[in-house]
Design a protein around this ligand. Structure first.
Ligand code: SAM
Length: 221
């Protein structure tokens, strides 16, 4: 049995802190959540390599550095109410649940959502709720959110998600076609004012939904 605690410490030190992740809440949360419980069976030995790994439904669990960088960029704080679109394995939602007061995470593949919910329940993380559906429409009943993270790349920033941000809140989302994506940070600075920053090139699976792409790769909206 590999020493996952030691490997996790190494990940935080070498792959996160030494690469510029500074937020103590993020580092503490990444030190705590057992990523080995979120990777697919048979791939546990690769858990703490700094790479994305395949999960069910031809999707991926994101690279630890990207998870940390997105949560840091979204400025997730204790007490926050957070939305994640693209729950996948449930790992990033679990990490955010260690910082925020509550996390709603939406996944479009029912099989993935069920697995993620079971993993989160088994770890006793009762402030993280996994829902099945099209997260490009957000979660209107639970809005507004202090932070929104989107773990799949849309053609644009979904207007509905922007409207579900609190004033002072931040939305972090990859935008663009495969091979030409950038990570965007949208901050709501006033009721009708948004500021956008480009955080650099990234590579994500597509956001499929009403305010994302169609399954055939064309724009839905
Ligand atoms: N955050 C995840 C984790 O920690 O494992 C990684 C997510 S993976 C990179 C992106 C996920 O977004 C996939 O599981 C995919 O099915 C999901 N997805 C794509 N479009 C979606 C949508 N419109 N609503 C909800 N989930 C979506």
């Amino acid at each position: 049995m590999p020493d996952f605690v030691k490997q996790r410490e190494h990940m935080v030190k070498v792959h996160l802190a030494q690469r510029g992740i500074r937020d103590p809440h993020v580092l503490k949360a990444m030190r705590k959540v057992p990523r080995e419980r979120f990777v697919s069976e048979g791939l546990e030995e690769f858990t703490y390599e700094d790479s994305a790994l395949p999960i069910e439904e031809e999707q991926t669990i994101s690279q630890p550095y990207i998870v940390a960088a997105m949560i840091e960029a979204a400025e997730v704080q204790p007490g926050d109410h957070v939305l994640e679109v693209g729950a996948g394995s449930g790992y990033a939602a679990a990490v955010m649940g260690q910082i925020a007061q509550s996390v709603v995470a939406i996944e479009r593949h029912p099989a993935l959502g069920k697995l993620a919910a079971a993993r989160i329940a088994a770890l006793g993380y009762d402030n993280v709720e996994i829902r099945i559906g099209d997260g490009s429409a957000g979660a209107p009943d639970d809005a507004p959110f202090d932070a929104i993270l989107v773990a799949a790349a849309g053609p644009d920033v979904p207007p509905t998600l922007k409207q579900q941000l609190k004033v002072g809140g931040h939305l972090v989302i990859p935008v663009g076609e495969l091979g030409d994506q950038k990570l965007c940070k949208v901050s709501r600075t006033a009721q009708d004012r948004f500021e956008e920053a480009n955080l650099g090139a990234v590579r994500f699976v597509p956001l499929i939904g009403g305010e994302g792409w169609r399954e055939d790769g064309s724009r839905a909206a």
